[in-house]
Design a protein around this ligand. Structure first.
Ligand SMILES: Nc1ncnc2c1ncn2[C@@H]1O[C@H](COP(=O)(O)OP(=O)(O)OP(=O)(O)O)[C@@H](O)[C@H]1O
Ligand SMILES: Nc1ccn([C@@H]2O[C@H](COP(=O)(O)O)[C@@H](O)[C@H]2O)c(=O)n1
Length: 239
């Protein structure tokens, strides 16, 4: 009896120690970084942007991947998962935190398979957030960000066309994959102003259908209330 209780306690302790992960997906400029900043402030998640980590690695003197990363970013293509996954893993280890928002990952089948191979049994995937926004608005936002001095080599029309091709061809199937999972994919409609994000759907159904349905509805929640309520629903406490 005592042995069983001890095993149960140990198992529960160990499972609490496993890093918890939330993937955050959406088109370029959909507002992933903006919403992640809000969620990490409110709920104490460590925000790790795969794109930011790749840009840092590109800048690191002596990086053997710098040129390859720059070429991929400018062409809107996806860097091989071995590079991205090891950057994410290292950032997770260094943070000393146990709860992560992984922004802009997994972006394609290679990302998904690489993460599954290397990280899925070392982490617990809590859920996936998907921010949807019209392509027109996303492009405007990225161009404005470029004009405001983002310094990003891909905030220009030529790169944005390629980034959207990659998003539609390679990332949408990953979003569809999570739609089909038992674990919910939660959709948020981020066409609204920066402080209003509407939760779209908690049940798996056709993305095209749900996007249209929600576009036809006009209610918006106060300051990202949709995201807030959804995450609180997972018993994740505000820090
Ligand atoms: N709801 C919003 N309304 C207006 N502007 C927004 C909104 N959300 C984000 N922005 C602005 O749009 C730009 C892109 O936002 P953000 O960087 O959060 O998007 P992202 O999805 O992380 O982009 P990327 O994938 O290109 O890194 C930023 O300049 C941000 O300030
Ligand atoms: N998993 C990823 C994420 C990003 N990239 C590359 O970085 C570019 C910018 O990404 P943002 O999330 O900051 O928009 C992206 O277009 C890719 O070139 C990647 O390869 N893999």
């Amino acid at each position: 009896m005592l042995e069983r209780v001890l095993v149960r306690c140990a198992t529960s302790y160990v499972s609490r120690m496993v890093p918890e992960v939330v993937f955050v997906l959406g088109a370029p400029g959909a507002g992933k970084g903006t919403q992640c900043a809000y969620i990490s402030r409110e709920f104490g998640f460590e925000h790790l942007s795969a794109g930011d980590l790749l840009r840092e690695e590109r800048q690191r003197p002596g990086s053997e991947y710098g040129e390859m990363i720059e070429a991929k970013i400018r062409e809107g293509q996806i860097v091989p998962v071995e590079v991205t996954c090891s950057l994410l893993h290292r950032a997770m280890m260094r943070s000393g935190k146990n709860r992560f928002l992984i922004d802009g990952f997994p972006r394609n089948q290679d990302n998904l398979e690489g993460w599954t191979r290397a990280m899925s049994d070392k982490t617990k995937l809590l859920f996936v957030l998907f921010f949807e926004c019209s392509q027109e608005l996303c492009v405007d936002r990225c161009l404005e960000r470029g004009a405001a001095g983002s310094g990003r080599s891909d905030d220009n029309l030529d790169s944005l066309r390629k980034r959207f091709d990659t998003y539609l061809k390679d990332t949408m199937p990953i979003i569809d994959h999570y739609q089909g999972c038992v674990r919910p994919l939660s959709l948020f409609y981020s066409d609204a102003s920066a402080d209003r994000v509407e939760e779209k759907s908690l049940v798996p159904r056709s993305l095209a259908h749900s996007a249209q349905t929600e576009r036809d509805e006009s209610c918006f929640f106060e300051r990202a209330t949709g995201v807030h309520l959804f995450i609180r629903g997972y018993h994740i406490k505000k820090t």
